[in-house]
Design a protein around this ligand. Structure first.
Ligand SMILES: [Fe+2]
Length: 487
């Protein structure tokens, strides 16, 4: 037996997801008691406290704020292109998009030479086929945008396809307003069930392998442990706990989604498998998951904000990788084993040879830490500020037809819809950091790594200044960033 010490006697490990082994990210199901007790202490008890203390306020608020609010075309563009939902902006149109939007794309006066077409695609909403909310509906929507150049680009809405029927601002007013609400519904559901979960579930395998394979004291484990605290418990609760937010049940006052549990998990799983357009072709907006060795990139200013933190992390992990790859052979051998096991589960992750080549180790580490700390916290911070009465999850309406559509904002959502969404906001979307990125103490033994950590902290504290100098919005203050997926 090795004289190395390990964190757990029966460590967590990835496995094929039981309900969808070919279609879902690898699952980590068997959590050590310590992981579960930490989750109960810092997350589970918070849910109980909020359920007891905040539900009356949510009920009162919903009574005083009935229905939905109006969203004009300018605000519609801001909500969908500047902030978390801007991640959906996609410059590659598919054959389906070129067909449904043909009349706009071929109009020679519709677009100046230096403008570009983009789409925001919420087609995965078609996985919701049931109508458990009575008279409610969902639709697969695709928005066609025109991007005007200058000042980081501005998007203006050209048209919206709602289950293949296209509307534009010249459509009857009620039809156009309904088309926008169905697009906003798709945006809210797909942001919280697909785009944001990209930052949760694929890294569970890396989390588990780091905790189980690396011996206690290994610098790679010291680097990652602060960023992997609570994540396995949080993700297990969302996907596998009977009381999950993804499943409706009578009196489940925090479950706001429009479909059945199996339909919601299909949307989640498409982050891993990718998904198709309405005409059955691979959708450019939703490719199969590949580990983002260079971080995620989006077509919105939020992406530039995130990139500043990625580069900050990369400077740190580059120094970390230089020290570790140049260190004792036994230490490097363990890093290679770590990469070998991760690459078996995570497509695109550098394997045991590639991990020591070029800057692969530095980029892999920067990408993982950026996802779970910066990107995850920023997403929650931004979504918690989304006006739920402008980005609904449920719509009590039939789909617009363009002919004789009726619109009554007071009845598009019910009091109970608004209560559930507000409680979901409070319990799950509002950031509740337990440990903060700026406070992380890695506890390195090696003096070169200690120096690297000190330099990183200085660099990190200066990141908001660099962001301000670039004229970017501070999408989340540094002090609000958790060290990992803790909520
Ligand atoms: Fe999250």
């Amino acid at each position: 037996m090795s004289d190395q010490k390990y964190l757990f006697e029966r460590g967590p490990w990835p496995q094929p997801a039981p309900q969808a082994p070919d279609a879902a990210p690898p699952a980590v199901l068997h959590l050590p008691c310590k992981e579960r007790s930490d989750w109960s202490l810092h997350v589970g008890f918070r849910y109980i406290r909020q359920s007891l203390t905040e539900l009356p306020e949510a009920m009162l608020w919903a009574a005083m704020h009935a229905g939905l609010e109006e969203v004009d075309d300018g605000e519609f563009a801001v909500i969908l292109t500047d902030g978390i939902i801007g991640k959906f902006l996609c410059p590659t149109l598919n054959e389906y998009d070129e067909t449904v939007f043909a009349k706009y794309l071929r109009d020679p006066e519709a677009k100046a030479p230096d403008e570009r077409w983009f789409k925001s695609d919420f087609t995965p909403m078609e996985f919701i086929k049931s109508e458990p909310q009575g008279d409610s509906a969902t639709a697969a929507t695709v928005i066609l945008w025109r991007r005007t150049p200058g000042d980081r680009g501005r998007y203006s809405v050209v048209a919206i396809a709602v289950d293949d029927v296209v509307f534009d601002p010249r459509s009857p007013r009620e039809s156009w307003e309904l088309a926008k609400y169905f697009a906003l519904q798709g945006a809210g559901v797909c942001t919280t069930l697909l785009m944001h979960p990209l930052l949760h579930f694929p890294s569970d395998a890396i989390n588990a392998i780091t905790k189980t394979l690396l011996p206690v004291g290994h610098p790679l484990q010291k680097l990652l442990l602060p960023h992997f605290y609570l994540q396995l418990g949080v993700d297990d609760a969302v996907l596998h706990n009977g009381g999950t937010v993804l499943k409706q049940a009578p009196f489940r006052f925090y479950a706001p989604y429009p479909g059945a549990f199996s339909e919601h998990t299909k949307i989640v799983d498409s982050l891993w498998t990718g998904s198709n357009t309405r005409s059955g072709q691979p959708n450019s907006a939703f490719p199969r998951y590949v580990f983002p060795l260079d971080g995620w990139k989006y077509h919105c200013p939020y992406s530039e904000f995130l990139r500043e933190y990625f580069e900050t992390l990369l400077r740190f992990t580059t120094e970390f990788a230089r020290v570790v790859l140049g260190g004792p052979k036994e230490q490097l051998a363990v890093v290679r084993q770590w990469a070998r096991h991760i690459a078996l589960w995570i497509p695109g992750f550098p394997g045991e040879d590639a991990i020591a080549e070029g800057d692969n180790l530095a980029r892999a580490l920067a990408s993982v830490i950026h996802d779970v700390a910066v990107g995850h916290s920023a997403d929650h911070y931004l979504y918690s500020r989304v006006n739920q009465r402008k980005v609904p999850f449920i719509l009590h309406s039939s789909l617009p037809t363009g002919d004789g559509d009726a619109l009554d904002r007071r009845t598009l959502v019910t009091w109970w819809d608004n209560v559930r969404y507000r409680m979901c906001m409070k319990m799950f979307f509002n950031p509740s950091p337990v440990t903060r990125l700026m406070d992380v103490d890695y506890g390195f033994d090696d003096s070169a790594l200690q120096q690297a950590a000190r330099s990183f902290r200085t660099d990190l504290l200066d990141a908001p200044n660099r962001i301000a100098k670039k004229g970017l919005l501070e999408y989340i203050p540094l002090r609000e960033m958790a060290a990992g997926v803790q909520f």
